[in-house]
Design a protein around this ligand. Structure first.
Ligand code: COI
Length: 354
């Protein structure tokens, strides 16, 4: 049961829903009618409100724009049976957002603000949850520093916003990835485990270089030796080697992925050996060469499972077994989709029902 919070509602007089064309819609390019907003001032969160989705004015001195105190989350709502909306593992996003906020020296959000705002926003824009197979409503909660001050110190004021975006597939095909041996996404003592805006900013230039070389994304290696695999693009990464599910261990350089944890949970339930440990590039390449690596995929909210078709290492491309032959990742994708859309019993209590 979510504690309630007073939310003032101002509804749009011009819904844009009739303009929505889900055909070929690009991820993250179209937004639902309303947004939820709350402000942190004088040490408390207040002024919770639902407003028409719109631009807002901020000062050029807004501290988030200069020093990057900004964290976000991503989660999805699905159309279930009988008009229900199912939101996958929203509490985990709430908890992770507060961990990210703590690392970035930002205040914690009370559960009733995050969850109460989310539920009320989804009730308000219920008809924006797409129903076609493979579609969902992507939800973007985020918090940023709002002090109008360019001295370097933690802001005293913050804004929290949730808006939503109808979404289709994130990747339309299995991805080609390149092992990155120079640039780093994370390092011990850094912010790699936080969903902080700056982590994504710092990833863009190396990712652009990889794209110019013909790859979709990078495989990030550890910042100290570049010998161990940590993530793939904006996702966690997993390998099936010798029928075992292998992924880099969590900790301060790897995002505590909610899809990652769900996949590992199902793997253990199904009796697969699961190893969360250091995974070296050398081990993965040698498993490809000997044919013991049968699957490689990214896990994340946006894509759920993104099959990896090609891994490039030290200038050599390694082609992996075809995506349709991959027993574990195809099964886990189906199972997660079925849980998220209410096709099968939510035996773990992962869905929040609106
Ligand atoms: C995810 O898939 O979980 C992501 O973080 C991708 C998002 C930044 C678009």
């Amino acid at each position: 049961m979510i504690d309630t919070v007073a939310i003032k509602k101002t509804l749009t007089e011009h819904s844009r829903l009739s303009e929505l064309d889900m055909e070929g819609i690009q991820f993250g390019s179209y937004y639902s009618d309303h947004m939820f907003v709350a402000d942190y001032q004088n040490g408390t969160w207040s002024d919770c409100r639902i407003l028409p989705f719109d631009d807002f004015r901020i000062s050029p001195a807004t501290s988030a724009l200069h020093y990057g105190q900004s964290v976000f989350e991503g989660l999805k709502a699905y159309a279930g049976k009988d008009g229900q909306i199912l939101v996958f593992r929203a509490i985990d996003n709430f908890l992770r957002m507060n961990k990210s906020a703590a690392r970035m020296c930002m205040p914690a959000l009370p559960e009733e603000v995050f969850m109460g705002g989310l539920v009320e926003l989804l009730k308000t824009d219920r008809s924006w949850v797409p129903t076609d197979l493979g579609t969902s409503l992507y939800i973007r909660p985020f918090m940023f520093a709002t002090d109008e001050f360019i001295g370097v110190r933690p802001s005293k004021n913050y804004r929290f916003i949730i808006f939503t975006s109808p979404a289709g597939a994130y990747y339309s095909e299995p991805v080609k990835v390149k092992v990155e041996k120079y640039y780093s996404r994370a390092f011990p003592g850094g912010t790699g485990a936080a969903k902080a805006a700056g982590n994504y900013a710092a990833s863009l230039y190396p990712a652009k270089l990889a794209q110019e070389a013909g790859y979709h994304q990078l495989i990030w290696t550890d910042g100290l030796t570049h010998e161990y695999i940590e993530e793939a693009g904006t996702m966690n990464v997993m390998f099936i080697i010798d029928n075992k599910v292998i992924t880099s261990k969590g900790g301060e350089t790897v995002l505590d992925g909610i899809t990652r944890n769900s996949v590992l949970h199902l793997a253990r339930e199904w009796g697969y050996p699961v190893e969360e440990r250091d995974v070296s590039v050398k081990e993965v390449i040698s498993a490809i060469e000997t044919g013991t690596l049968t699957e490689a995929f990214g896990t994340g909210t946006a894509a759920t499972i993104a099959q990896i078709a090609i891994i490039s290492n030290d200038g050599q491309d390694y082609t992996l077994p075809p995506a349709e032959t991959r027993e574990f990742s195809n099964r886990v994708l189906q199972e997660l989709n079925d849980i998220k859309t209410g096709q099968i019993e939510d035996r773990h209590g992962w869905n929040v029902i609106v």
